[in-house]
Design a protein around this ligand. Structure first.
Ligand code: SF4
Length: 505
């Protein structure tokens, strides 16, 4: 048996690491000696990547496939198979784990569906022994996650120094929100927490301080959540932990622990999606509005956690007005980031059952986002997608944290920002490549010319926002209007500071 195995993927950014590749590698047993992880970033030159992979003369190339890299993966495997037809290409990952597979991956020799550590090892063994299976689609059998090898020692020192370290204490989710891939298998399984903590201790000793938990619902099993939080509470800050949480489950003991985390140490991604109970029920999402209000207010007012709340545009039966109401209510509860996501129709989910009744029309190419429904026309949906983009630049970035509030003196955040968003688009005809200084100028012009606010007041607000980051450059046009220019900003400064600085409570 001979031939090497390349485990590869395209991450969305250099700072992202693939825990999936490290898990596959960790479970290759005797095949590990001749296996290599090679990670790339989307939009790199595909032919150069194919050249780098083929230079290792691999027998098997396995590619981890996601919604964000599906097109790049297709081009890569098409290139590999053209120039090296005998190389066996195996695909795995969420984008190929459910039918219909909508990207044309006809050049993949095998597709492994489901959690693939064990199935991939067995497939490689069969291929390398000359007993390659006939079936192209391999449905991974259930595996006990307590028995699989852990991935953490395969983070390199460079990963630890410069990139996110993804970790997981559980896989799966017991809830059934129809738009979500995690709803397909309602089981939740936990890794052995004691073993995990040993691995985290090793990572900590090696210098890791940035741990991103990918568990879908961190605050479901309180025993595990408390053990993990205790582990980090015993450590000396600074460190940064990221957890995804459901908004309605914060029992008193968990709340007490969360209060103990120091500033800039905790990021919580809180899935809200909708606050419209009728819409939530329609997509099988159980929500308790009162608990959501209480818990978001608790996190906002009594902890140092930085929150990132998710809302979705385009759910079946949710109008623009209803979405606007959701956004306004969240903005009343918190100043944290609110991610405006666009509904996507993912293969394997049951979302399609609403297509006819609610006129749901989606794009057929990744990311399969909604184009229109019976309450939101294509034109309105386009406006809402631009709203989401400009909302990220102006609000979620934290760059104009105080200035932006001048847009909505009466608290109608959605209505006010919608008008602003449409106005910017008229000026720029683009939602991309708008520099921070240009955006500051657009914001200044809108507030002073369209809303007729006092120029000095607006300039002072923008200066105040920009001055919150050490050394950041001040747009030249402000000097004419601002009542005071801070000392450090009289010269063009250096790079922007980190997001945590901008959002520090
Ligand atoms: S949206 Fe969140 S709670 Fe709902 S199924 Fe997905 S992971 Fe679970």
């Amino acid at each position: 048996m001979s031939g090497s195995i390349i485990l590869t993927t395209f991450n969305a950014r250099y700072t992202h690491t693939s825990i999936a590749l490290r898990y596959l590698y960790a479970n290759l047993h005797e095949l590990q000696n001749d296996a290599h992880i090679m990670e790339f970033v989307i939009n790199e030159n595909i032919q150069t990547i194919a050249e780098k992979i083929l230079a290792k003369n691999p027998r098997i190339v396995a590619v981890s496939t996601y919604i964000w890299n599906a097109s790049d993966v297709k081009e890569l495997i098409d290139t590999i198979k053209k120039v090296s037809p005998n190389t066996i290409v195996v695909l795995g990952g969420p984008e190929v784990s459910y039918f219909p597979i909508r990207v044309d991956f006809k050049n993949a020799d095998y597709i492994v569906q489901g959690a693939g550590e064990k199935a991939f090892y067995e497939l490689c063994g069969q291929i390398l022994k000359g007993r390659a299976p006939k079936e192209r689609i391999i449905k991974a059998a259930r595996q006990n996650i307590k028995e699989i090898g852990l991935a953490y020692k395969y983070y390199t020192d460079e990963d630890i120094a410069h990139r996110y370290i993804y970790v997981e204490a559980s896989r799966g989710c017991p809830f059934e929100c129809e738009f979500c891939l995690s709803s397909i298998d309602e089981r939740i399984e936990y890794f052995d927490t004691a073993k995990l903590l040993e691995e985290f201790e090793t990572l900590w000793q090696r210098g890791a301080r940035n741990f991103k938990f990918i568990d879908r619902t961190f605050n479901l099993n309180m025993k595990v959540a408390n053990e993990l939080l205790d582990f980090f509470l015993a450590k000396e800050p600074p460190y940064l932990l990221h957890f995804e949480v459901i908004p309605d489950s914060f029992p008193p003991r968990l709340k007490e622990k969360l209060k103990l985390f120091p500033p800039a140490s905790l990021q919580l991604e809180v899935g809200i999606q909708t606050l419209n109970e009728e819409v939530a029920a329609r997509i099988n999402r159980n929500i308790d509005i009162e608990k959501i209000r209480q818990n978001v207010a608790f996190l906002e007012n009594e902890t140092h956690a930085h929150m990132h709340l998710d809302l979705i545009v385009g759910l079946p039966g949710e109008s623009v007005e209803s979405f606007g109401k959701n956004l306004n209510e969240l903005c009343r509860l918190t100043k944290s980031e609110i991610q405006v996501g666009i509904l996507k129709k993912l293969s394997g989910t049951t979302l399609a059952r609403h297509d006819e009744e609610y006129g749901m029309i989606y794009s057929d190419t990744p990311p399969y986002d909604i184009l229109q429904n019976n309450l939101i026309s294509f034109g309105q949906m386009q406006k809402l997608k631009r709203f989401a983009r400009f909302w990220d630049i102006a609000y979620n970035s934290g760059n104009f944290k105080e200035t932006i509030t001048l847009l909505w003196p009466n608290g109608d955040v959605f209505g006010a920002f919608y008008g602003f968003s449409e106005w910017i688009y008229e000026q720029t005809d683009s939602t991309w490549q708008i520099s921070l200084n240009r955006f500051a100028k657009l914001l200044f012009e809108y507030l002073t010319k369209e809303l007729k606010l006092d120029a000095q007041k607006v300039a002072d607000f923008i200066v105040g926002d920009i001055a919150r980051v050490e050394g950041r450059s001040l747009p030249a046009f402000l000097k004419e209007y601002a009542s005071h220019i801070p000392e450090q900003h009289t010269k063009e400064g250096s790079k922007f500071g980190k997001r945590q600085q901008l959002w520090a409570k």
